[in-house]
Design a protein around this ligand. Sequence first.
Ligand code: AMP
Ligand code: MG
Length: 318
Amino acid sequence: MRIKATRESIQLASSIIRKGGLVAFPTETVYGLGADALNPRAAAKIFEVKRRPTFDPLIVHIAEIEWLEKITRNIDKRVFKLIEKFWPGPLTLVLFKSPIVPDIVTAGLDTVAIRMPSHPAALELIKLSQTPIAAPSANLFGHLSPTTAEHVEKQLGEKTDLILDAGKCPVGVESTVLSLVGEKPVLLRHGGLPLEEIEKVIGKVARKSKRKKIQSPGQLARHYSPKTPLKIIKSSDQIPHNENIGILLFQKPAVKINAQAVEILSENGDLREAAANLFSALYRLDESGVKIIYAEPVPEFGLGQAIMDRLRRASRTR
Ligand code: AMP
Ligand code: MG
């Protein structure tokens, strides 16, 4: 059932979480599929419903800072600096876990990914549930992330106990994932908080090494994908003249483009607006019945890094 997020519906949602059920809820990044993070049976349902492999750990969402020390250990100065500046917000930190976090949530790792979302409905739900909420994106594994409650309904519909609807997610791409378990901070996934912002606070951040085993599903080659094949072109002049194609443009083109479906991420070329529109645009292209999607690249700084990361993964063949 999909219902508007109100005080009453969030209250109902929190009682579902406390009883071990599944609630899809809005965050500022994308919609999450949430369960009580301290209840292994509830967390197991997330993997089942998403058809997510159990080697792929979940992000634990908190609304009160006290929970940080309950579910992690050995946190240092860098953590406090970052959370002071960026929480609540689209930054997930990977830290050593405390024993109360069930293995299923962390895929057996000794670390846990944690974040405090800024969406008021998410914060309210977590507070009322009185427990941290484990929540990956509310989509089937590997598919497009949902940025509206309708996206969730289409992919997971009856499989969740409740979908809280608060309209479109303002950031529109998943959180940035940063590991702080080693001496050097390591970026595991580009996301809604640009890397440059993080580096201003804690200095140089390393990129994850390509050879190491996968620590983050955002690291899988093909992920965040539409069903339709997607190809990244160098510029809009390279678009073939063909009826049966869909086109994803960063900004308004200089000349009119003929294609079955055209999506413009941001008329004026604003990266923040482009990120917020990315997944909805890909959903519409997917549903337009085109045979292939041609995507124009976006400038690769700020949120452009997260957008290009998602487009590259979508462009790899299954
Ligand atoms: P999702 O919520 O589905 O968008 O994905 C959650 C992201 O956080 C994935 O990229 C996870 O692999 C990553 N993540 C969660 N827990 C850990 C962890 N303990 N170590 C590394 N990455 C993690
Ligand atoms: Mg996901």
